[in-house]
Design a protein around this ligand. Structure first.
Ligand SMILES: Nc1ncnc2c1ncn2[C@@H]1O[C@H](COP(=O)(O)OP(=O)(O)OP(=O)(O)O)[C@@H](O)[C@H]1O
Length: 247
């Protein structure tokens, strides 16, 4: 590609103490793209996101929007425009919904983005349910509402790249569909998204490009539509599509 990617990861190594989980991962994402990383439990998907966010020590080249992230702290990465919605959502349960959202706006506030509070209206447009429940304590929300709040809070920082760790995890099928509809809408709005998912089918439907991460390495990659039709991906990750052959 002629223009530099928004995110350019080369030879990423990361792990916990002596246990190396990622052993030289390469990944690229162009601005405006939705890129998904699928793979089995324990492959290292969350480890990758945590390393990108600066929550874990790592080695390798990490370029974000042309900036080398090697020595950037978590706060600096947030200021550069990275946002992570972690698997555990990590909301402030004893605070109202709206306060959780406002806290997410500190980057925009610090950057003196004019009318950053207007971001609240955008988030409420995307998630009318959050507006209805703006005064309710976050800890009393349903699983789906908590996920919406976690995504909304990340959007409040006006990120250049939104990283989502298993947004559908633990949610009922109807709510999962709602979450993917929202990802689709964000995509239409031009938000760049790095999506880690176990729900490979839904992830490949919404994404432009996909990577398959297996035991710390990229095993396959390609345009999402092509991956979704690849026999190995179908066999391993889209198993529900298989029809019994009667043997
Ligand atoms: N805090 C930790 N300390 C030590 N090992 C960890 C820690 N977190 C994860 N691991 C190990 O790192 C490996 C990769 O885990 P990771 O959570 O990144 O995988 P994943 O692909 O996101 O899978 P999952 O979908 O289960 O979260 C696993 O073997 C896991 O046991």
């Amino acid at each position: 590609m002629s223009t530099a990617p928004l995110l350019d990861v080369r030879g990423l190594h990361a792990g916990y103490g002596r246990a190396e989980v990622l052993t030289g991962l390469d990944l690229r994402l162009a601005a405006g793209q939705v890129v998904t990383v699928i793979g089995p439990n324990g492959a290292g998907k969350s480890t990758m996101l945590n390393a990108l966010m600066g929550l874990l020590p790592c080695r390798g080249q990490l370029l974000f929007d042309g900036v080398d992230l090697a020595d950037a702290t978590l706060e600096e990465r947030v200021m550069l425009g990275l946002a992570l919605v972690p698997e555990k959502r990590e909301l402030f349960g004893t605070m109202p919904v709206e306060d959780n959202l406002v806290l997410g706006g500190w980057r925009a506030k610090k950057l003196k983005v004019p009318n950053w509070r207007g971001e609240l209206d955008r988030v409420y447009q995307l998630f009318p349910r959050l507006q209805e429940r703006r005064a309710q304590l976050a800890g009393t929300l349903s699983g789906g509402e908590r996920q919406m709040l976690a995504v909304g809070r990340a959007l409040m920082s006006r990120p250049k790249l939104l990283m989502l760790d298993e947004p559908s995890l633990g949610l009922a099928p109807l709510v999962v569909r709602e979450i993917f509809r929202i990802i689709e809408r964000l995509r239409e709005q031009g938000v760049s998204i790095l999506l880690v998912e176990q729900n490979a089918r839904a992830a490949l439907e919404v994404a432009d490009y996909g990577y398959v991460l297996e035991t710390g390495e990229i095993a396959m990659q390609g345009h999402a539509g092509e991956l979704a039709h690849d026999p190995r991906v179908i066999e391993t990750y889209l198993g529900a599509a298989r029809r019994p052959q009667g043997d």
